[in-house]
Design a protein around this ligand. Structure first.
Ligand code: PHE
Length: 345
């Protein structure tokens, strides 16, 4: 039995020595040390030995087992190292390969226009104010001189969430919120960009969600001519020095008097074409002098303070500026459309 064990040990060590791969090594481990392996078998036969010999053989079998295990571990470590080195060698990076071009995104045309308008007004001393898109009926309508049941509420079809909350239909509630924050003290000079929502059927010129930029100036002696001058500067900076503006009387419940502003059509230079529907003028925004009721409701003394406000749609402005014929292009994420506005930035 002793000789048998020794022989097994020699055989095993030889095979381990010769093993070339980790799998082969594992097979050897199973073959010699496994439950069905020869060493286990030899130990099973120990019952036939004398009481003296049994511990001797037991110790020998354990030594053989330990010797094989140790060698297996050594070899395992060696083979693993070799495998890693081989892998590293095969994975060296060829630094001379040409790189893959990186695809660069660009600013959305609407973002560009909004930033351009913001910069223009910041340059004139305005700051930016923002408000919530889920708005209360109070700020969206009541504080703007549109009490419940007022017929002019129908001018803006609304998405109501509850009786008292809705998706804001315009950015004018930010006017009311800003005035309230100023606690009756002027001057106020803000522009308020943001998303607004109306229950419109989407088509080339309507979207149920679009953007507005509101402007609000309050101070002592603010007059209609200030509004006109401001809008003139805006129109010329935005569309070109050769553009003329005109103000037409209009109606908004929160401004009195109210106006709509047109600019001369660039396509026909004012002669009349299909874009301006033969008039030579294109409407771009609404505005007016802040209604005394609105000033008072937001805590301003309308005898001391006056102000003007205006609201414009950046989509419309971008459409006119870039010649875009469908408002839906802004929201459908067509890369072919967006790519046209790629600039080096
Ligand atoms: N809130 C108005 C609209 O959405 C625009 C406007 C703003 C008019 C400010 C006057 C003053 O139609």
């Amino acid at each position: 039995m002793e000789a048998k064990l020794k022989q097994l040990q020699d055989e095993a060590l030889q095979q381990i020595e010769a093993a070339e791969g980790l799998k082969e090594l594992n097979d050897i481990r199973v073959a010699y040390l496994g439950k069905k392996g020869p060493i286990t078998e030899v130990l099973r036969g120990m019952g036939k030995l004398s009481a003296e010999e049994r511990p001797k053989m037991g110790a020998l079998a354990n030594d053989v087992r330990a010797a094989i295990t140790e060698r297996l571990e050594e070899k395992n470590e060696k083979l693993e190292k070799e495998a890693v080195n081989k892998k590293l060698a095969s994975e060296t990076i060829d630094v001379t390969l040409p790189g893959r071009p990186v695809k660069k995104g660009s600013k959305h045309p609407l973002t560009k226009i909004v930033e351009e308008i913001e910069d223009l007004f910041i340059g004139m001393g305005y700051s930016i104010a923002e408000g919530p898109e889920v708005e209360t009926d109070f700020y969206n309508f009541e504080a703007l001189n549109l009490p419940k049941g007022h017929p002019a509420r129908d001018m803006q079809d609304s998405f109501y969430i509850t009786e008292e909350t809705l998706l804001r239909t315009h950015t004018s509630p930010v006017q009311a919120r800003t005035m309230e924050k100023h606690e009756g003290k002027g001057p106020v000079k803000v522009i308020c960009p943001g998303k607004v929502y109306r229950r419109d059927n989407d088509d080339a010129t309507h979207s149920h969600q679009f953007m507005q930029i509101e402007g609000l100036v309050i101070g002592e002696n603010i007059r209609m001519s200030d509004l006109k001058g401001t809008l003139q500067v805006f129109a010329k900076k935005m569309f070109g020095e050769d553009r003329e503006i005109r103000l037409r009387p209009s109606f908004f419940p929160f401004t009195e008097p109210s106006v709509e502003m047109d600019i001369t059509c660039k396509i026909c230079g004012g002669k009349g074409c299909s874009v301006c529907k033969g008039t030579g003028w294109i409407e771009i925004l609404g505005g007016g002098m802040v209604h005394p009721n609105v000033l008072e409701m937001s805590g301003f003394d309308s005898k001391k303070y006056t102000g003007f406000a205006f609201g414009m749609g950046p989509e419309r402005i971008a459409m006119l500026k870039y010649g875009i014929d469908d408002i839906r292009h802004f929201y459908t994420d067509d890369v072919r459309f967006l790519k046209q506005f790629q600039t080096q930035e």
